[in-house]
Design a protein around this ligand. Structure first.
Ligand code: CS2
Length: 496
């Protein structure tokens, strides 16, 4: 049994392992981060580690878990230290990360979280709370006031429950204390993520205090950001393999690819680190980057997750190991890419090529099941938006429609071999009900397409679209394997 990672172990680690190049005690608490999952630790935290290594020690992180104590409980015995492994077919880089100064679990002590966010030293609050963590009513816009946690935060912010509730309570505390607001940066895969957070914060603030809402509107900042790094959930096998290879055990290990990208709108309420110096792209407009990433990378990811998952393919790199399946993804990209603004000047062909190589990275072992999670929250910006854009222009979208049908088939909770699985999605009960009462596949497709949270009014506006999706759904349900389906999927008239 090898020793567990801890500050005392640092000097004993092998020389191939990078370690912090600054005195950890010197790091001030400059950022509070909500959502302490693997993505944050592989992405923003890595940029801030580099900032500290450059000698700017103002940006230590207070990491907050909004729900479960698990991450805190694994990091605390390691004093917040964890290993980041960046790996692709060519090699790997292993380093110990130390930007986390403190870890908090919101439900245990919400006041401590608000107090941390209200410190004068904190200038930025970042968020990775996943799409559903913003509690937005995606079909109607704004906060989902039917959500129980949102209702609780609407009634009182004494013990906030939602990310938006914490932002408002802490901004209120800062205003009371005569401090400037922090800049809130959403780092989740939502289009115009900063705008969405700003609107939600202003709505909740106005319910409590119109003056607070005005103050936030005037002085606050909510830049949009596009974040990109593939970070699979860490498995017990990966922790064991790391211990065997490097001679120490890290329960908070994070493994990722070498690629990392962060495009950030340069709109801050106060001081910020020199992000550009560590590879962040500061831009006036992030929307074209967001749209390209959501529709190409994430759109393909969701397609691979549902089609692959239904076909018994466990990992993304296994899906793209077949030229036919890659050809299918290429068709999807032809359809989605045509909806992107060419004036944005992004090299879409190069981007697509790089994506395929990233998907093929055998070291990642990114599970289709992980990506399939929360599809009802992901589909709108990944697949429905380009589909709608094409429908509006009268363009056919056979591959996007196949992907939508695959999401529908997924909601049955059984794959092409009829092996059952659990549908992990906030809308799972509703979609299961749709299948339970549907008379047949066509009827199920119609019921699912009528869900406004996912599809808006698409079914009413384009009734034919429903028939085409239903036809794919029937084919998926009849197919015994993905290979059965591919000829039809690739045989559809190619579109540009
Ligand atoms: C994935 C993303 O799980 C998912 O839905 O599509 O987490 C994806 O890996 C990241 O957005 C990559 O930047």
């Amino acid at each position: 049994m090898s020793a567990r990672l801890s500050p005392a172990l640092l000097p004993k680690l092998g020389s191939e392992i990078g370690r912090p190049r600054y005195g950890r005690g010197a790091l001030a608490e400059g950022i509070v981060h909500l959502g302490l999952g693997a993505f944050h630790r592989a992405h923003q935290a890595a940029y801030l580690e580099d900032i500290a290594a450059r000698g700017d020690w103002r940006w230590g992180i207070v990491g907050v878990s909004l729900r479960s104590p698990t991450v805190r409980d694994t990091l605390a015995p390691q004093d917040g230290l964890y290993t980041l492994v960046e790996r692709d077919a060519e090699g790997e880089r292993v380093r110990i990360m130390a930007p986390l100064r403190r870890m908090l679990v919101a439900p245990e002590d919400p006041a401590a979280v608000v107090a941390a966010m209200a410190q004068a030293s904190v200038r930025i609050v970042t968020l990775t709370v996943t799409e559903k963590g913003y509690c937005l009513a995606r079909d109607r816009g704004g906060l989902d006031t039917a959500d129980l946690d949102v209702s609780a935060d609407m009634a009182s912010l004494g013990r906030p429950r939602t990310a938006i509730g914490f932002l408002v309570a802490a901004l209120d505390a800062r205003r009371e204390a005569g401090l400037p607001p922090f800049t809130a940066v959403s780092c989740d895969n939502l289009p115009e993520n900063g705008t969405l957070v700003r609107e939600a914060v202003l709505t909740l603030a106005a319910m409590h205090d119109a003056g607070l809402a005005e103050w936030i509107a005037e002085h606050g900042a909510f830049p949009c950001s596009m974040v990109d790094r593939i970070v699979p959930a860490t498995t017990p096998e990966a922790i064991a393999a790391h211990a065997a290879k490097y001679g120490y055990r890290d329960e908070a290990l994070v493994e990722t690819e070498r690629f990392s990208q962060w495009v950030l709108q340069d709109r801050f309420a106060g001081e910020r680190p020199d992000f550009a110096a560590v590879g962040v792209t500061l831009a006036d407009e992030v929307a074209p980057w967001e749209e390209t990433k959501l529709r190409l990378l994430n759109g393909a990811h969701s397609t691979i997750a549902y089609l692959g998952g239904l076909g018994g393919i466990a990992h993304v790199h296994e899906f793209v190991a077949s030229p036919e399946r890659c050809a299918l993804i290429d068709r999807l990209w032809d359809e989605s890419a045509a909806t992107l603004d060419p004036a944005a000047g992004i090299d879409v062909a190069g981007y697509r090529e790089a994506l395929l190589a990233r998907f093929a990275n055998p070291a990642l072992r990114h599970r289709t099941m992980q990506i399939a999670m929360d599809g009802s929250q992901k589909l709108p910006q990944r697949l429905v938006a380009p589909w709608r854009a094409r429908l509006e222009r009268g363009l056919a979208s056979p591959t996007i429609e196949l992907a939508i049908a695959a999401w529908m088939a997924w909601q049955r909770g059984a794959d092409m071999q009829d092996r059952p699985f659990v549908v992990d999605d906030p809308l799972a009960e509703t979609t299961a009900m749709a299948w339970a009462i549907a008379s047949d596949a066509d009827n199920a497709a119609a019921r699912l397409l009528a869900l406004p949270e996912v599809f808006g009014d698409l079914a009413q506006r384009w009734p034919d679209a429903g028939e085409r999706v239903a036809a794919w759904l029937r084919q998926i349900l009849e197919a015994g394997s993905l290979d059965d389906l591919l000829p039809a999927a690739l045989g559809a008239e190619p579109v540009r």
